[in-house]
Design a protein around this ligand. Structure first.
Ligand SMILES: [Zn+2]
Length: 508
């Protein structure tokens, strides 16, 4: 171990002597309760144009999938007290049973309820203001019992009133896992801050999952969002970063987000903002004042990754992509926005040989693998994480094709630094509950997962491999993909035998 650390340190020194100017220097533009007998829901056939009087007409922001009407739609109105770390929220969500079977009860994720005193449900009603009394709320699960099942094709609307009291995010040095939700002295992050539906899969039911000790457990149905955030008190210099661009009117911020896995935002009085255009998409970096150079590099690398993955995997669906310097460990992806730990910014050495660049490439790839193509993050985490770790390789291959680390080609460096150094083992297709600790989980799912995809690529060749990935993204866009879909679509592109690879990387 010591020898390796010494070797890596030496290579860093060698590399920093021979490197060209950091890409970050490429001038971005500066800018500033419980019985099964519940009330009968108000049911109606859907989709239909009169489906929801609760929604106001919205402009068409970015390309939208045709079947948007069948997806849930969230209307969130929040009054945010930045100083008190509280939000008072009214949420209306319309939901249509698009499955082929009757749904007897509704299940939603309520992540803020995992924190003691963090979530107070003030009201729960059907859209006609009929209160719902037959429900249970426990941990991150809200279940509403229907007296009549929601039939295929039928829709309904729920209104929830609740108060959030945000937890303090622990200092990264005291943390063992990323904790995006809550506040620090520098920033307040609202992620998974409202009740949301998991996908409902016939034969499986709701893909609600309980938290694990590591990894992410949330499974998201793609939905559209209208969000209004009003500041309770004016906050000098407060800057909001969000999944979508804001229309600001004084203390009120309005957002429209077309089909996405979630809507998140982050607020700070310290953010500096940079932007860079990639085609029709504006990429934003929100970072702290002491990390300007690293903030420029995060922006530039995110823009490069966006341009590359758009070409390789397919169009990016939103008008903005935002990277936010995180006052917590690691990185975390959400639709249209991702967080990147300030630890990576602090360690940035003006070269792409570090985690700032690696994780920017990784998190940007989640816009396709997690965002566009949803998956069961708890039971099949390899399906998005292996693709995003593999995308790091593709990033270096394309953005830095001729770069060397010392005398090493950049890909050799990446593979040693990111994968071989950890001597990863384990089968890649376990759930987040299966592995004996974070490192065995990360090593198998992320690291060996990336190796599996590279081996698959080598077996079928680049042309077939990337055509398959594009097709997989297109066929499963705004849906939930499973491993069986991954392999079924792969088989549409090749008749090769993968039994050797499957035996090496997957459970029998
Ligand atoms: Zn990831």
């Amino acid at each position: 171990m010591k020898r390796r650390i010494a070797l890596i340190a030496m290579l860093f020194i060698l590399a920093s002597c021979s490197l060209p100017q950091p890409p970050g220097a490429a001038a971005p533009t500066s800018q500033p309760t419980t019985t099964p007998e519940g009330p009968a829901p108000t049911l109606f056939a859907s989709p239909s144009p009169t489906f929801s009087p609760l929604l106001t007409p919205t402009p068409e922001p970015t390309p939208q999938p045709a079947e948007q009407a069948s997806h849930p739609s969230y209307n969130l109105e929040a009054v945010f007290n930045y100083y008190a770390h509280t939000l008072a929220v009214t949420e209306t969500v319309t939901y249509t049973n698009t499955s082929s079977e009757p749904i007897p009860s509704l299940v939603l994720f309520v992540e803020p309820n995992r924190y003691a005193g963090g979530f107070t449900l003030r009201s729960l009603a059907l859209s006609d203001a009929q209160p719902i009394e037959e429900y249970t709320l426990s941990g991150n699960r809200l279940e509403i019992f229907l007296s009549l099942p929601l039939m295929p094709g039928q829709g309904m609307a729920l209104t929830l009133g609740f108060d959030l009291f945000l937890p303090a995010i622990p200092d990264p040095s005291d943390a063992t896992r990323p904790m995006p939700y809550g506040h620090t002295d520098r920033q307040t992050n609202l992620v998974d801050w409202y009740a949301f539906f998991p996908p409902y899969i016939p034969g499986q039911g709701w893909l609600w999952r309980q938290p694990g000790y590591f990894g992410e457990h949330q499974v998201y149905e793609a939905a559209s969002y209208q969000v209004t955030i009003t500041l309770d008190l004016a906050v000098p210099d407060l800057v909001l970063a969000a999944s979508a661009p804001a229309a600001q009117d004084g203390k009120t911020y309005r957002y429209e987000m077309p089909l996405a896995r979630n809507f998140v935002f982050s607020a700070s009085q310290q953010y500096l903002v940079l932007s860079q255009q990639v085609g029709e998409v504006t990429v934003y970096s929100y970072h702290f004042p002491y990390n300007i150079t690293a903030g420029q590099a995060a922006l530039w690398h995110t823009a490069q990754a966006l341009e590359l993955y758009t070409r390789l995997y397919g169009p990016y669906p939103y008008s903005t992509l935002t990277v936010v310097e995180a006052d917590f460990l690691d990185g975390m992806e959400y639709s249209g926005l991702y967080f990147l730990s300030r630890g990576f910014y602090d360690l940035y050495d003006n070269t792409p040989f570090g985690y700032l660049t690696i994780i920017a490439a990784h998190e940007t790839a989640h816009q396709w693998w997690y965002g566009m193509v949803g998956n069961d993050q708890a039971n099949e985490p390899w399906l998005d994480e292996s693709l995003c770790t593999f995308s790091e390789r593709v990033f270096y291959e394309n953005v830095y094709p001729d770069l060397e680390f010392g005398a090493q080609p950049v890909l050799d460096w990446w593979h040693y630094f990111r994968i071989d150094y950890y001597e990863p083992g384990g089968l890649i297709d376990g759930s987040i509950y299966d592995y004996n600790g974070f490192l065995p989980y990360r090593n198998a799912v992320y690291l060996r997962g990336a190796d599996f995809l590279q081996a698959l690529r080598q077996q079928v060749g680049d042309e077939v491999f990337f055509a398959f990935l594009q097709d997989y993204a297109a066929q499963k866009a705004y849906q939930t993909a499973f491993a069986v879909d991954f392999f079924a679509i792969l088989e549409e592109h090749t008749d090769q035998d993968f039994s050797t690879l499957l035996a090496e990387y997957f459970q029998p």
